[in-house]
Write a protein that binds this ligand. Structure first.
Ligand SMILES: [Zn+2]
Length: 147
């Protein structure tokens, strides 16, 4: 899978794969049965552009390629990529806050820098406001009983 000479290194790719496992957990919590993976879809400038894909290879490339430069960046970009994928290809607004029935979002790195976060990016609910709801990959911990 790794393209020799590409700027996406094996470490970046491994971080993206780990992020896929995290986000897959959140998809499962939501009752979405599709399996997600990574699809190498060409180049984005000098960087190999990976996108979140369904198991049949379909992907949505509405944004730049995934960012695997750090664990946090990988989880953020895969979560956002999966959200776009699910919205565009499956027509599902995901994930939804079980308390408020509103779509959760992952704050940008700049927004997140102002928040008291743990190790990774978080899902945020517009009604919860600036309170984070759950770390990406841990919706099942925050809401063991899915609404
Ligand atoms: Zn909420």
């Amino acid at each position: 899978m790794l393209i020799v000479g590409g700027i996406v290194h094996e470490d970046d790719l491994n971080r993206l794969k780990e992020a896929v496992r995290l986000v897959q957990s959140d998809l499962g919590w939501s009752g979405i049965p599709e399996q997600i993976g990574l699809e190498l879809a060409g180049r984005d400038g000098d960087v190999d552009a990976y996108h979140v894909a369904l198991s049949d290879g379909q992907f949505w490339a509405g944004a730049a390629g995934l960012d695997g430069s750090s664990k946090r960046a990988a989880a953020r970009s895969v979560a956002i990529g999966a959200q776009d994928l699910v919205a565009e290809l499956l027509g599902i607004a995901w994930p939804v806050c079980p308390e408020h029935r509103r779509v959760l979002t992952v704050p940008s790195e700049a927004e997140a820098a102002e928040e008291p976060l743990g190790d990774g990016p978080v899902w945020r609910c517009p009604v919860h406001g600036h309170d984070w709801v759950a770390a990406v990959g841990h919706l099942s911990d925050a809401f063991p009983f899915r609404a």
